[in-house]
Design a protein around this ligand. Structure first.
Ligand code: HEC
Length: 181
């Protein structure tokens, strides 16, 4: 009797262990399938939120809006963030240190290529005239197209609104910012 009882419970034990293993396997499989289904969903949701936050790229019409109009609606705070790209070469502070590029403090309406102690390309030192808002806008859109032979190895800022924001920020880098156009 006792022996039989032990034998039975041994059998039950095997059955139970088997059942637990199958259950665990099922949970794993469901988990894996679940991950496969959920991860792309989460990813899509994140992309959508990002797309909703980032403003759409400007249309051709918006790109062609004159800088004076764009400046009226510009956000110099947003421009400050863009100016981080300039800092690898330019000092933006009132200290006006010459770095890879000339200092940009008070650059709006300043003489082009006129910072003493900076060795400009002959293209830039020979330009003459002042950095008007229009010229800054055109130069920053594509330095090389605006001034063939410039030493400024910077691709440019294609987005017209980003450029207006940046120029609004550059304008603020002055003890007495120049009037808006
Ligand atoms: C890779 C380095 C580099 C980066 C990045 C760069 N510049 Fe320049 N920049 C230069 C150099 C070098 C010159 C001088 C060009 C020449 O002599 O042809 C220059 C010249 C200029 C000038 C003319 C200054 C003057 O005294 O007439 C302006 C304005 C200017 N940069 C603005 C910017 C702005 C704004 C940014 C950021 C969006 C920027 N640059 C990013 C290197 C750089």
């Amino acid at each position: 009797m006792n022996l039989l009882g032990n034998c039975m419970s041994g059998l039950d034990f095997k059955k139970i262990t088997g059942a637990i293993l199958i259950a665990a396997l099922a949970v794993m499989v469901i988990g894996i399938i679940g991950d496969m289904l959920v991860v792309p969903k989460k990813h899509k949701a994140a992309t959508m939120t990002f797309a909703a936050k980032a403003p759409a790229a400007p249309t051709a019409v918006e790109q062609a809006v004159p800088v004076a109009t764009r400046l009226a609606a510009a956000d110099s705070g947003a421009g400050k963030k863009i100016a981080a790209k300039c800092k690898s070469c330019h000092d933006l502070s009132a200290t006006k240190k010459v770095q890879i590029g000339p200092p940009l403090w008070d650059i709006v309406q300043a003489g082009k290529g006129s910072v003493g102690g900076f060795k400009y390309s002959s293209a830039m030192s020979g330009m003459g005239g002042k950095w008007s808002y229009e010229d800054l806008d055109a130069f920053l859109a594509s330095p090389k197209s605006f001034l063939k032979g410039t030493k400024m190895t910077f691709a440019g800022i294609k987005d017209a609104r980003d450029r207006a924001n940046l120029i609004a920020y550059l304008r603020s880098l002055s003890a007495a910012p120049k009037p808006l156009p």
